[in-house]
Every structure is written in C-alpha cells, then in structure tokens.
Write a protein that binds this ligand. Structure first.
Ligand code: PLP
Length: 488
C-alpha cells in the first residue's frame, strides 16, 4: 500500500469514528449485536435465572472513569459477557416465573429497533406526522380487539395514547380528574379531594396521589378479604364515599384493578363504576397485566361494565409481546387530559395545531419529547395477527392451569386464591408445615414458605416471587411468554 492509499484509509477510519451514524459501521456492529442476542436467547438457560451477585459487584469490576480514547465494540461486548450478564436477572428465560411476564418478541424487538433507528421526537403532529397518526390508528385497532366501547376510540370521540408505564397513565388521568373538579369548585379545595382503591391496588395509585397533591389522609385503601377473593366490594366503596361526603370531603377518583399484582384478582368493574358514577367520581381501570387477555372472547367478561369507566390502561410490555416500554391508555374525554396537561409555547406553534385537525400527544402525557412506540405495537399486531396473539395468551393460561393441577395433586401444597389468568398463588400447606415443624402457627407457616422460596431462587434454576394476601405469604408462579419463538 503506498503512502497516499494509507493516508486515504486513515482518513476514512477517522471519518467513521467522527460520524456516529456511519451506515457501514452501523451495519457491521448491528449485525454483531443481533448475533450476540440470538446466541443469548439460544443459551439463556445456562445462566442462573435470578442474578446471584452481591450489591456493588460491578464497581469492583469496572474502571473508575470513562475511557478517554474510543474502544472497539468487540472489547465492550466482551465486558458485557463477563461483567454485565452475571448481574442480569433473565426475564426472558423459560424458567422465569417471577413478578409478571416482560413480553419480548421478535416483532416487539424489531419494532423498537425501527423506532430507535428513526429516532424521531414526536411531541406534536408536525414533528413527525406518521408517529402520531400510526399511534392513533393502532390504539383504535387494539381498542376494537378488546371490544372497548366506541366512546374510548377516536372514531367515537375518545382516544388512546401510548405512554411509558401505568404509573404515568394513572397520574395523567388523576390529574385530568383533579383539574376538572378544581376548575368547578376552586383550587383551594384540593385538600378535600379523596381517592379510592382497594388495599390490593398497585402502589402506582398512591404515587400518583402524592404527585397530584392529594392529602395523604385522603387516600382510601379499602380493605379486601379472602371471602371475595381480595376484590374491592362496591358496598364498602359506597360506605367510604358516603362517610367522606358527610364530613365535607369531595370523592374524586376510583382506581379499580383488573388483575391485581399480588393475586390477579379482578375488581367488579361494572358494579364499582355504577357506585362511582352516582357520586361523580372518575373511574380508572388499571388492567396493567391482565387487560391483554381480554382480546380473547372467553376473558372479555373481566372488563364487562367498562362503559361506565372514564379511562382504561394496560401494559403491552407485560403480556402483549411488546418490548418495554408500552403502556396503552384509552380515555373517553381526551379534552379532560388536554386541559390539564397542555402548554402552548411559541417555539412549538404551527399551522397544523392551530387547524385543530391533528392530535398533539404532548398534551396527553407528562413528557414533551416522546418515542415512536406505535411502531413496535404495529409490528406486533401485524406480525402475529389477532388469532395468534389470542392463542399465545391462551397457551400461557393453559400452562398455569397445568401447574395449578400439579399443585392440587400434591397434598403438601395448596392453591391460596382462585386463579383467573396465568398466575398461580400457592404455598406449602399449614398441615404439611405442621408435619415437618410440629406447628401450624400462621407466622411459622409464612416463614417456612419464605425460606423455601429463597432457597429455590438461590439454586438459579427457576425464579418466582411472593405476595402477602390477608396475612398469608404466597408464592406467585407467573407464566411468562418465552415460548413466543416457537409459535408460527
Ligand atoms: C396492576 C398493576 N398496576 C400497575 C403496575 C405498575 O406498572 P408500571 O411499572 O408500568 O408503572 C403494575 C406492575 O406490576 C401492576 O401489576
């Protein structure tokens, strides 16, 4: 190679280095990462499902400061293998049965890739019309699959938005409800607003209440019992509302859950909505995990009565094969959200917005900048199709049913609460603990089950997590969706 050629190559190399989006380098490194992940998925079972590292492990392995000079991707990926993977809990492992499924799929992954590739910041329609329009279209598609009343769809005057998480969805709807009421009764009445949910409602509700400025003592976590499978009683809700009215408080917001975190209990959506409506309370349905199952006709009854609610959300990144993050929120009255969340700075003014012909999703959420999440949901819906998605969900429910049957056949174990979807809450029964430890005391039974779970997870062969229901420690076996790859 003569010196001129060498200098030319050197120049190409440094141009690549300086161009963070050099197409050929992107192709080379991108293929390498896809190969890395395909090998990871193929061999995922060789790793302990729950990471076994101790706190602070990583700082002992990595340098104290960032490198001054560039490092090749090959070296970085070697460190991923050696240092990062040991600290990963493998949510995509077929032996992962903890918390909830974190749906990943080829379509969800590729959709995320395309969206990240475009890397548009779609805060309003004009900033990337396709991002907004595709989102409105997929939200109506998905809403129809769930047989939501048309009042929740764009075609019926409502509409859907993709947010990051359920925490955000509950916060936004609560703020919409809060402002609707405060605009009527005066801002100073914020101290009188009351929020309702069951003691099984996710902590997302409490967090939203804190952020929205609701007084902590005006947060009602209505007790549930085993007798009604830990569901929220409409009678208790009504009593709580009446007691608050008597002392001059203002009932504001009810969050009913379809598929509670600890036990996938379903609150009676229709009956609760009827109560809430009588007192002008906004009803949000949090179906973060289980809502996806309602695309199957045999599970749709779990959201019967939803026409009485104001808003409904589910996490497609939990049980709908869409990689994190993707929370779907539908509202009947988008204007309530918009009034509470919109701003209109000069630098974002444009003709499309002023025409009132477009959706500007920045006004439906906390963030201004927003990702093109609709791309991955669109890929999921198109790549698998409604029939396959229904069958995948059914297959998970069948696996959970099978596990429940195995537990039922073994006298040492018991199912603690009826299974609704793809999660089984079970424990070693008090009588079996009694045989072993000569005591059936509930505290001892709980400790026995806690120790058992710790030792099972310590093997690294499976990973499950726990819940406490009415004082009873239960092991949650939540079927995950890593069988996606084998579905055609
Ligand atoms: C019923 C329910 N609601 C809300 C959440 C919180 O979801 P996110 O992490 O998307 O805010 C969860 C998560 O486990 C959940 O199970």
């Amino acid at each position: 190679m003569d010196s001129l050629e060498a200098r030319h190559d050197l120049k190409n190399d440094s141009t690549r280095m300086l161009n963070p989006l050099d197409p050929e380098e992107f192709r080379r490194q991108g293929h390498m990462i896809i190969d890395f992940l395909a090998d990871y998925y193929k061999s995922i079972e060789k790793y302990p499902v729950q990471s076994q590292v101790e706190p602070g492990y990583l700082s002992t392995r990595l340098p104290d400061s960032a490198p001054l000079e560039p490092e090749p991707i090959e070296t970085i990926m070697q460190d991923v293998e050696n240092h990062i993977i040991p600290g990963i809990t493998h949510w995509q492992s077929p032996n992962y049965f903890a918390y909830f499924p974190a749906s990943a799929s080829i379509a969800g992954f590729l959709g995320e890739m395309v969206s990240t590739g475009f890397n548009v910041v779609g805060f309003n329609w004009v900033s990337s019309p396709a991002a907004t329009e595709l989102e409105s279209i997929v939200m109506d598609w998905f809403g129809k699959m769930l047989q939501l009343p048309t009042s929740f769809l764009f075609l019926g005057g409502g509409g859907g938005v993709l947010q990051g998480t359920t925490c955000e969805a509950i916060l936004c709807t609560l703020i919409a409800a809060r402002d609707q009421v405060l605009n009527r009764v005066g801002r100073e009445s914020i101290v009188k607003l009351v929020i309702y949910g069951s003691d099984q409602a996710h902590s997302a509700l409490q967090k939203a209440a804190q952020i929205a400025g609701i007084k902590p003592e005006n947060f009602r976590a209505i007790p549930t019992t085993k007798d009604n499978a830990f569901g929220l009683s409409p009678d208790l809700l009504e009593s709580a509302i009446l007691s608050d009215l008597v002392v001059g408080l203002i009932p504001l917001f009810l969050c009913a859950t379809v598929g509670t975190t600890s036990s996938t209990t379903v609150d009676p959506v229709g009956l609760l909505s009827n109560v809430a409506k009588r007192y002008g309370v906004w009803v949000h349905i949090d179906a973060a995990l289980a809502g996806s199952a309602c695309i199957c006709p045999e599970f749709r009854h779990f959201i019967d009565g939803i026409e009485g609610a104001n808003s409904f959300s589910l996490n497609a990144h939990k049980w709908f094969f869409t990689n994190l993050d993707c929370c779907c929120l539908w509202v009947k009255d988008p204007n309530a959200l918009i009034k509470a969340l919109s701003t209109n700075p000069e630098y974002l003014r444009n003709k499309a917005t002023e025409s009132n012909q477009v959706v500007d999703y920045k006004d439906w959420q906390v963030q201004l900048s927003r990702r093109f999440r609709a791309m991955k949901l669109w890929l999921v819906l198109r790549s698998y199709g409604v029939v396959n998605l229904q069958n995948l969900i059914r297959s998970h429910v069948d696996m959970a049913k099978h596990f429940e049957g195995l537990v039922g056949m073994d006298k040492r174990f018991e199912v603690v609460v009826a299974r609704n979807f793809a999660m089984v809450c079970f424990r070693v029964s008090p009588s079996a603990v009694g045989d072993c430890l000569k005591s059936c005391d509930e505290k001892i039974v709980n400790e026995f089950n806690r120790d058992l779970l710790v030792s099972i997870n310590g093997t690294g062969r499976v990973y499950m997590t726990h819940g406490v229901l009415g004082g009873v420690y239960v092991i949650r076996f939540s079927v995950d969706d890593s069988s996606i790859a084998s579905v055609s």
